[in-house]
Structure formats: structure tokens, C-alpha cells
Design a binder for this molecule. Structure first.
Ligand SMILES: Cc1ncc(COP(=O)(O)O)c(C=O)c1O
Length: 479
């Protein structure tokens, strides 16, 4: 064997660099928590960072310096001032579980090439269906992200509700098939609709109420209008919660509407379905138990590294129909209720050992870990909103229902910038300076600053400091 292959697989070199890496990451975690000499985002323009890395591409280096380069040039999610996107802050042991999974690399398509991960996936799915209250018959799969999850559910809706077998016949319809969705749905729903070949006309958008949720009083009118336009509505997709504002659609009313018209009820719970685990906030997802399909991302509010999305069907059998396909080299049967050859029911063939990290977290800490984490994050967003409501120079868009909050700075009357421009400038200055990380959202042509309080170490004091930071930046800009 060549020396280089020996070196790449040498167990003593691996042991040494592995120990070094764990030490490095443990120190990094401590520094993040203490905010010791570490910015949230070491901002450099994309070209500058690319050129810096590319310059040394042809020089071999040792693992320690390479690991340092990776850590120091990344966004630091574990920093308490990280308040930007809905990216999960992984519990360190979940990352360790992913590390074992990556090392073992069992590919999951069929049971034989992933026995432990297939069995733990079933356990994770069963637990998820149970905390969502979806009933004894519920079942599903884990897949690579919410976008893939939404597509999987909508394919199942199509297969189940359209006459005949679309999977075999192809997507040629006599009438325009369509979905009713919130105006605030994640773009992956529209993308799934386009993938299914339903086009722009396949999206019927339901307007939002002032609370930024589906106005359920408009459901009947939207439906009638769609029918008059010759559309065949198949699913309705609700948010639990929405991406931009973190608001929960009225699931009870939407579920009843779907039942009345025999429509597939899909809930995109990628971010917020975990609220089911919090005694205090589970009321937000009341009605989810009636959904035909639900997705939930563990890599958002369930402390796991990307990617793991649970796709749960109320009638677990339907998940076998979605991708009914022969592949004699891998899969034994066409439609079958064999639960353990997971490629029968997922878009992926090879996939990561997704359930293992969730199983590890449950075994180490129990579901209380998630309950406490979600309750704390939602409480903090409510406290933040209360704080801002007491300030004359800030306004919030809507009271938060989750840990996502949209708000904006209100400049003095004589400011040379419009409200939109100053808020945009505040957001980019914050990103460039790197002391905090927040993002922005455009809602009804207004620019809002947007925070998602994902970090379990962010405190009320950090939030007060963000307000001070925004005022300082605004004052500099206005000068
Ligand atoms: C409500 C909602 N659905 C779906 C998605 C897509 O999930 P993923 O990024 O895992 O594909 C997101 C991502 O932000 C989301 O907020």
C-alpha cells in the first residue's frame, strides 16, 4: 500500500489529531460562552476569503492548523450574540454522535448497510409522531432537510388525492392542479410545486391577517375562487411556524377546512413543531394532530447538527406509495410495508445516519432537554419584544409566538435616511463589525431587523446590549 494511504488511515495519527480537535473545540466552546476575544462572524468579503484560502491550497498542512483555520473563519453559532438565522446550535454530544456516524458511514438505504441507524430512525420517528399526537398509525422517515421534507409530503399528497397513479402515469393533468398556501410559506413549498410540474398557477396564496398568519376567514373564498378558475386544489400547507416572523397558522381551523373539502392537510413545522414538547408553548400547535403530513427539522430547534428532518404521515402506509419503484439491485419489493429498507420511502438512496444523534440526545438527557431549551428561547423572545415596546425609537412587527422577532429602529424625524435604508445599513454594519449577528426580512416592502434566539447562552443582558449597539451604529450613521 502507498505510504500516503497508510498515513491517511493511521490509527495513532488519528488518535492524536482527534484528541487535539476535541481539546480545540472544548476551548472554543468555552471562549464562545465567555465571549472571550471572539467575534460572532469574522466577516470578510466572499472574494477576500476565497483568495486567502485559495492562496495556500497547494501547500499541505498539519491537522491542528487546518482545524484552526476552519474554526476561525466560520460563523460562531455557539456565541451568545449569534441571533441571526434559524440554524440550530448543536449540543456538543449531538456533534459527537454525528462524528461517529460519519466515521462508520453506514449508508442507510437498506437495513443491511445501516442496521443501528435504521432501528434508531424508527425509534426517533415513533417518538416524534407521539409528541406531535399524530396517532398510533402515524409513521414516516428522516430526510435531508425541510425542503426535501416538504417535497416528500407534497408528492404523497399528489399520489394520494389525485385520481389514478400519478407516479406511474406521469404528471399530465386534465385540470390545473394546485396547492393553497400561506403568503408567508417557505420558498421550498413553491419549489416543490414547480418540481411537480404545477407551475405558477399551481400556487394559490392565502392572504395573511395582521398577525402574519393565514386569515382562516378567507379560506372558503380562496377555495371557491380557485375552483371557478378551473383549479383542482389538492393540499393546503400551513406554517408552524413561518420563517420570517415565526408565527403559527390557525391549525384547528385549517384542519377543519381540509376535512370538509377532503383536501390533504400539510403542516410545515420545520422550525416550530418542537413547541409540542414545551408545556408552556404547545398550545401553538393545537390541531397538528389532524394533519395528513408534518415536517420538523431537528437541525433548527432540536439542538442537532444539519441535516435531519422528520417527515411524519398520519397514515404511515401512505409513505410507501410516494416512491413506489423497482430497483432489483437494492430493493426487494415494490410497495411493501417493510419498515427497515428506508430507501423505499425516502428521496435519498444513500443518506447520513440521521437518527443516531437524536437518539443519543434522548438517551443522554431525555426529552426535557428540548422542552427546556425551546421554552427558554421562546420566553427570551417575548422578553425582548417587551423591552423594545418600551422604547420610543423601536417598534416590533408583531408580538412573537416563537423565538423569532422582527423589529425596526425608528430614526429621528430629520434623519437623512429612510426607515428602510437606515435599518438595512444597521444590519450590514452589525454583520461587518461582528460583535453581534442578526439578519433582516422584507415584509410588505418594509425592512425589519430579524433575530432568531437560538443560542442557549444568550441572556436578557445580551439583548439589552444589542439595543445599545443598534443605537450606537444608528447615531454614527446619522452623523
Ligand atoms: C418553515 C420552513 N420550512 C422549510 C424550511 C427549509 O428547511 P431546510 O433549510 O432544512 O431545507 C425552512 C428553513 O428555514 C423553514 O423555516
Amino acid at each position: 500500500m502507498s505510504g500516503i494511504i497508510d498515513k491517511a488511515f493511521d490509527h495513532e495519527i488519528f488518535r492524536k489529531s482527534g484528541h487535539q480537535l476535541i481539546d480545540q473545540l472544548a476551548d472554543y466552546l468555552k471562549d464562545c460562552k465567555n465571549k472571550d476575544n471572539i467575534k460572532v462572524l469574522p466577516w470578510e468579503s466572499p472574494d477576500d476569503l476565497f483568495n486567502k484560502i485559495d492562496k495556500n491550497f497547494n501547500t499541505l498542512s498539519g491537522p491542528a492548523s487546518l482545524f484552526t483555520e476552519i474554526i476561525s473563519n466560520s460563523l460562531h453559532l455557539h456565541h451568545p450574540n449569534n441571533m441571526g438565522h434559524q440554524v440550530g446550535v448543536p449540543a456538543p454530544t449531538a456533534a459527537l454522535a454525528d462524528f461517529i456516524s460519519d466515521f462508520l458511514n453506514n449508508s442507510m438505504a437498506v437495513y443491511e448497510v445501516g442496521p443501528y441507524s435504521s432501528a434508531t430512525e424508527k425509534i426517533v420517528i415513533k417518538w416524534t409522531a407521539s409528541f406531535l399526537g399524530m396517532g398510533e398509525k402515524a409513521s414516516g422517515v428522516l430526510t435531508s432537510g425541510g425542503s426535501m421534507g416538504n417535497l416528500t409530503c407534497l408528492l404523497a399528497a399528489r399520489q394520494n388525492k389525485l385520481e389514478g397513479n400519478t407516479w406511474e402515469r406521469g404528471s399530465f393533468y386534465d385540470t390545473q392542479t394546485a396547492i393553497m398556501v400561506s403568503e408567508a410559506s417557505h420558498y421550498s413549498i413553491a419549489r416543490a410545486v414547480k418540481i411537480m410540474g404545477w407551475g405558477d398557477k399551481g400556487l394559490v396564496k392565502i392572504p395573511l391577517s395582521s398577525q402574519m398568519i393565514i386569515d382562516h376567514t378567507l379560506l372558503e373564498d380562496c377555495y371557491k375562487q380557485a375552483l371557478q378558475e378551473g383549479k383542482n386544489i389538492i393540499p393546503v400547507a400551513a406554517n408552524a411556524c413561518s420563517t420570517a416572523t415565526g408565527s403559527y397558522d390557525p391549525l384547528v381551523e385549517i384542519g377543519a377546512f381540509c376535512k370538509k373539502h377532503n383536501l390533504w392537510f400539510h403542516v410545515d413545522g420545520a422550525h416550530g413543531a418542537g413547541a409540542a414538547l414545551s408545556k408552556k408553548y404547545k398550545y401553538h400547535i393545537r390541531g397538528i394532530e389532524e394533519a395528513d403530513s408534518v415536517i420538523i427539522d431537528f437541525h433548527k430547534m432540536l439542538l442537532s447538527p444539519a441535516l435531519t428532518t422528520a417527515v411524519i404521515f398520519k397514515d404511515g402506509k401512505l409513505s410507501y406509495e410516494t416512491f413506489s419503484q423497482k430497483a432489483s439491485y437494492l430493493l426487494d419489493n415494490e410497495i411493501t410495508d417493510n419498515w427497515f429498507d428506508i430507501a423505499l420511502r425516502s428521496l435519498e438512496c444513500t443518506k447520513k445516519m440521521m437518527g443516531v444523534k437524536i437518539y443519543v440526545l434522548l438517551k443522554l438527557y431525555g426529552e426535557q432537554l428540548f422542552a427546556d431549551y425551546i421554552t427558554r428561547a421562546y420566553d427570551l423572545a417575548a422578553d425582548f419584544a417587551n423591552l423594545l415596546q418600551k422604547q420610543d425609537d423601536f417598534e416590533i412587527l408583531v408580538k412573537p409566538s416563537s423565538n423569532i422577532l422582527c423589529f425596526r429602529y425608528l430614526p429621528p424625524k430629520k434623519c437623512k435616511f429612510s426607515i428602510n435604508v437606515i435599518n438595512q445599513k444597521i444590519r450590514t454594519t452589525i454583520r461587518d463589525e461582528g460583535n453581534f449577528y442578526i439578519v433582516q426580512a422584507e415584509i410588505k416592502s418594509n425592512i425589519y431587523l430579524r433575530t432568531t434566539l437560538m443560542n442557549p447562552f444568550t441572556t436578557y443582558d445580551d439583548i439589552k446590549k444589542l439595543v445599545v449597539e443598534i443605537r450606537r451604529i444608528a447615531a454614527d450613521l446619522i452623523l
